[in-house]
Design a protein around this ligand. Structure first.
Ligand code: NDP
Length: 317
């Protein structure tokens, strides 16, 4: 172990253990950068909360999210990645090497850092929504839409994601309700046009979800509240098998905000096609810098790019 003034010094420190973090680790370890991964609270990231993953290349029969992430972890370890359970609670990117605090106590130093902390899908916060997670409630139509082929589903949200997911689901499902809390869509005009021209999408403006119901086998429907004018409210019942949240994601960047430039939503800004942030030596990969694609495979791809960027950076140091 390399030390500087009694503090461990890491050549390439990767924060996060989703597809971006693990892929960066596979590439960095094969390039002899001796990477250390701090996994974060949810080891394996968002994919560990999904069931079947059918769109990750290399798994013709599909794979479950937890198994896919376990495979990636083992692949990174096979090349010597040091994977540690821990959360980075503080950083100082104003000094070289960078100084980071793990779990509010341990200090480590790093020559290069890859931020791959992901994003967290927003949920409405209803107890029934929590109850049906994985039993009809999902925050990713691209991941789970296929399981609702020929069925009726609802998408909540009025932004580009909601419209895109509703249109995607309309190609698979019998009927898609788009549940929008305001009386307009926030999505781009082009996206709105697609929604309005898709015959099996019904937009329910000014509707809020009150609760979801079903059995142990899965979701059966949703009770919505329709606001009529300013005062009056009417309860509306829709029978659905799937309920998709598309009300935005929160990138996990709070701890880096003092140093790392983000857009107004908190996504890390990167330079051109690279994974470079505004701080030389700090790179970002995966959902934490990608508000648009947000797929396991695109995250893995950017993790690979980040490791290659680190390799070039360290070679120049
Ligand atoms: P947005 O923040 O744009 O939209 C979130 C939507 O969810 C809004 O309609 C919002 O309603 C609604 N919402 C938020 N909280 C609640 C709640 N508690 N109950 C009900 N509805 C709620 O997020 P997106 O994920 O859609 O988009 C994020 C960014 O990514 C945007 O910049 C978007 O343009 C971009 N994007 C681009 C795509 C593309 O170009 N192909 C595809 C996907 C995303 P309200 O309007 O009332 O606030």
């Amino acid at each position: 172990m390399q030390e500087e003034n009694g503090v461990e010094k890491i050549k390439c420190l990767i924060i996060g253990s989703g597809p971006a973090g693990y892929t960066a680790a596979i590439y960095a370890s094969r390039a002899n950068l001796n990477p250390v991964v701090y996994t974060g609270l949810q080891m394996g990231g968002q994919l560990t909360t999904t069931t079947e993953v059918e769109n990750f290349p290399g798994y013709p029969e599909g794979v479950t999210g937890p198994v896919l992430m376990e495979d990636m972890r083992r692949q990174a370890e096979r090349f010597g990645t040091d994977i540690r359970f821990g959360i980075i609670t503080k950083v100082d990117f104003s000094v070289r090497p960078f100084r980071l605090t793990v779990d509010e106590e341990k200090q480590v130093l790093a020559d290069a850092v890859i931020i791959a902390t992901g994003a967290t899908a927003r949920y409405l916060g209803l107890p029934s929504e929590e109850h049906f997670k994985g039993l009809g409630v999902s925050a990713c139509a691209t991941c789970d839409g296929f399981f609702y082929k020929g069925k009726d589903v609802a998408v909540v949200g009025g932004g580009d994601t909601a419209c895109e997911e509703a249109t995607y689901l309309a190609g698979l499902c019998r009927k898609v309700y788009l549940v929008v809390r305001k009386n307009y869509l926030r999505a781009s005009k082009a996206m709105q046009e697609r929604v309005f021209h898709t015959p099996n999408i019904e937009v329910l403006f000014e509707h809020n979800t009150k609760e979801l119901y079903g059995t142990d086998m899965g979701l059966e429907g949703a009770r919505l509240l329709y606001r009529m004018g300013t005062q009056e409210e009417k309860e509306v019942d829709i029978r659905i098998d799937g309920f998709f949240l598309a009300i935005g994601h929160t990138p996990n960047t709070a701890v880096f905000k003092e140093y790392i430039a983000t857009d107004e939503q908190g996504y890390i800004l990167t330079e051109g096609k690279s994974t470079k942030t505004n701080v030389a030596g700090v790179f970002a990969a995966g959902d934490v810098m990608d508000p648009v694609y947000r797929q396991g495979i695109t995250s893995a791809g950017s993790g690979c790019r980040a490791a290659i960027d680190v390799e070039h950076y360290l070679a120049e140091l």
